[in-house]
Write a protein of this length. Structure first.
Length: 132
C-alpha cells in the first residue's frame, strides 16, 4: 500500500515539477528528482518549508542542494554549512558529523524541525525529518 501511494504522489509531484521547470538537461532532471524526494517527505509529514528550523545536508554540491531546498520553501539561512569548509565531503559520514555538530553548537529547542537531505550513488536521494 505504501509503495502505491508513494508512487502515485511521486508521479503527480514529477508532473507538477515538469510543468514549472523545463527538463532540458541532466542537471534539470537531477533537480527534479531531488525535489520529488523532498516534496514526498514534506507532504507525508504535513510540513511546509518555512516551518523548517534547520536543514542538514552533505558536504558536497551545496549550490545544487540549496536550489532544491529553496524550491520547497526552506530558507537558505536555515541550511547548516558550518562543516563544509572544515571537512569537505566524507561520503556517508557527512550527515552524522553535521547533525552532531548542529546539536552541539546550535542547541536546537524542543519541537525544532530538522530536515536532512542528501544524494548518493546512481541517483539515490535520501531525506528525513527530525523533531527534537
Amino acid at each position: 500500500f505504501y509503495i502505491d501511494v508513494a508512487f502515485g504522489e511521486a508521479t503527480q509531484t514529477w508532473e507538477s515539477i515538469r510543468s514549472v521547470l523545463p527538463m532540458d538537461s541532466a542537471r534539470d532532471c537531477l533537480i527534479g528528482a531531488k525535489l520529488i524526494t523532498l516534496n514526498l517527505l514534506m507532504n507525508q509529514c504535513d510540513v511546509l518549508g518555512n516551518e523548517i528550523d534547520y536543514a542538514v545536508i552533505q558536504n558536497a554540491n551545496p549550490v545544487l542542494t540549496m536550489k532544491c531546498l529553496s524550491s520547497t520553501g526552506v530558507k537558505e539561512n536555515k541550511v547548516f554549512l558550518d562543516n563544509l569548509g572544515s571537512y569537505g565531503h566524507m561520503t556517508g559520514m557527512d550527515f552524522l558529523l553535521n547533525i552532531n555538530n548542529l546539536m552541539e553548537t546550535k542547541n536546537p529547542e524542543k519541537g525544532c524541525k530538522i530536515l536532512t537531505f542528501g544524494s548518493g550513488w546512481a541517483g539515490t536521494y535520501i531525506s528525513s525529518l527530525i523533531t527534537v
